[in-house]
Design a protein. Structure first.
Length: 117
């Protein structure tokens, strides 16, 4: 199992994204994700984990490490196991981690302005 990596599509225009389907939008700095962000949103995953996505003014600066935060909502900090395995293959993930990774991969693939690296 792998955590998929993403990049902004070359012709991405986040203004065309159907924001109405995501009520958890924050306009203005989403500084807890990245101090250069101008807007962002979060999506709950499994097991009190959320994915938080921020956007800089210049979308060409966006990357999936600096502008995405996978957060453990119970502890108010990044979800460590996700980042421990971000760079490689996970041979035998425990069930909760597997569900978080599957939820993350599925949600990120649904975002029309992103493509898999």
């Amino acid at each position: 199992m792998k955590i998929k990596r993403f990049k902004m599509k070359p012709d991405a225009d986040i203004s065309l994204f159907p924001w109405g389907r995501i009520p958890r939008i924050t306009y203005g700095k989403v500084s807890y994700v990245n101090e250069n962000s101008v807007c962002g949103f979060w999506e709950p995953l499994d097991h009190e984990i959320s994915v938080n996505i921020a956007f800089p003014e210049d979308l060409s600066e966006w990357n999936d490490f600096d502008y995405i935060l996978v957060m453990d909502e119970d502890f108010g900090q990044p979800y460590g196991p996700f980042y421990d395995f971000m760079g490689g293959e996970i041979k035998e993930p425990w069930e909760a981690l597997k569900e978080v990774i599957e939820g993350y991969n599925d949600f990120m693939l649904s975002l029309t302005f992103l493509e898999e690296k």
